[in-house]
Design a protein around this ligand. Structure first.
Ligand code: G3I
Length: 363
């Protein structure tokens, strides 16, 4: 009897680790979460053209974000020059497969149309010129994808990192070229105003990383609260979710969602991944963990962190509309394959973390 039991559990364990094919008869992520929120993924061009990868996208996800192809520099590299091909391909994939598209991103200090900031002599333009260029860009992009894009990250990462100023007033804004030209936060307000004019039905997001860090969380909260009170059309907050196996803690994640839920009706986790080292956030300087092998302990810690994130988000399903993974598999990750940050491994096979998420594991 005891031997039978051991054999039974050993076989169950084995079936959990048998790779991509094993999931065919099982629930997908989007099915498992249908009563809670949508499950999204950021895609590149390969993910939507390779047949294995695109079936995985279709099977598991009901929301897509273009990882890079709808960003300002990708669609509008020069004044008067629009390059739509890659963004159109992603939009068409969504249209053909009935998948919703999260627009990412209308304005960002990175991958921005640098030309918008300068005149022909390479001097910074006036804020009036900048706003007119932003208006044209936002109206054109939003109008082109209005039929398929249900929400936009209107402004990305405008708040700075780091501690509060110990000597009085805290200047919360990133000192970007937008900020240099305007000297205050008017460029953020204008971006939301232009997006609302272009599509009154799209849900408009402010999106940022390190959003669970108490100092940055409060900066985001205060800015959005004040802008909403002044009539700026911000509908939602995007929590990027570039986390690691050590943090943020369940308490900090919970506190951030709860605070944001006080001031907006829509919250999305927009760029979820969980690295196996201590780095976090959206900054482009990170370690690729060259040649590092993931340990059993790190795998376990990653499963615990994924279970925690999804448990907290399920508890906030009234305002949480969508949780998006930033990339399809470890092979696609912007962090490189050796940070092992996603639920699908470099062969596109589900890891145990995938099952923990899908089966509401309470680790
Ligand atoms: O397109 C060029 C290509 O022409 C060139 O040959 C190649 C050589 O390096 O670079 C290519 O551009 C790269 C681009 O991705 C497209 O692949 C850039 O170097 C690379 O820096 C860029 O990285 C992207 C990063 O945003 C840029 O800031 C990542 O793929 C993308 O995942 C990442 O996504 C951001 C979110 O949009 C906002 N939140 C943070 C998140 C992570 O940084």
């Amino acid at each position: 009897m005891i031997m039978k039991k051991i054999l039974f559990f050993a076989l169950c364990g084995l079936s959990v680790f048998t790779g991509a094919n094993a999931q065919d008869s099982e629930k997908s992520l989007k099915e498992a979460y249908k009563d809670y929120f949508m499950i999204g993924v950021a895609v590149n061009q390969r993910n939507i053209s390779d047949s294995m990868q695109s079936s995985l996208v279709r099977r598991e996800f009901n929301s897509i974000t273009a990882e890079n192809d709808m960003k300002p520099v990708s669609v509008h590299p020069e004044e008067g020059k629009w390059t739509w091909e890659k963004a159109d391909r992603i939009a068409n994939f969504c249209r053909q497969n009935g998948i919703k598209l999260r627009g990412h991103a209308l304005m960002w200090h990175n991958q921005m149309c640098e030309w918008m900031f300068y005149d022909k002599q390479h001097n910074l333009v006036s804020k009036e010129v900048l706003f007119e260029r932003m208006r044209e860009h936002i109206h054109t992009v939003v109008n082109r994808y209005k039929d398929v894009v249900y929400c936009w990250d209107v402004f990305n990462e405008a708040i700075k990192d780091g501690p509060r100023n110990p000597e009085g007033m805290d200047q919360p804004l990133r000192e970007s070229t937008f900020y240099k030209i305007c000297g205050n936060d008017e460029y953020i307000r204008k971006a939301f105003q232009f997006a609302r004019e272009a599509d009154p039905n799209a849900i408009l997001f402010y999106n940022d990383y390190n959003e669970c860090d108490p100092v940055k969380r409060d900066r985001i909260y205060e800015m959005v609260k004040e802008m909403k009170a002044a009539g700026v059309p911000i509908d939602g907050i995007g929590m990027q979710g570039h986390y690691n196996i050590y943090g943020p803690s369940e308490e900090d994640i919970e506190a951030a969602v709860s605070k944001y839920a006080e001031i907006v009706d829509h919250i999305h986790v927009t760029e979820l991944d969980i690295r196996v080292n201590k780095e976090m956030g959206g900054q482009l300087r990170f370690s690729r963990n060259e040649n590092a092998k993931i340990t059993e302990e790190q795998k376990q810690m990653q499963e615990v962190k994924y279970a925690t994130v999804f448990r907290v988000m399920r508890q906030h399903a009234d305002k949480m509309d969508c949780v998006t993974f930033w990339n399809l598999s470890d092979r696609d990750s912007w962090l490189g394959v050796n940070n092992y940050p996603l639920p699908f491994d470099k062969e596109y096979k589900p890891k145990n973390a995938y099952r923990v998420i899908r089966d509401f594991g309470n680790k």
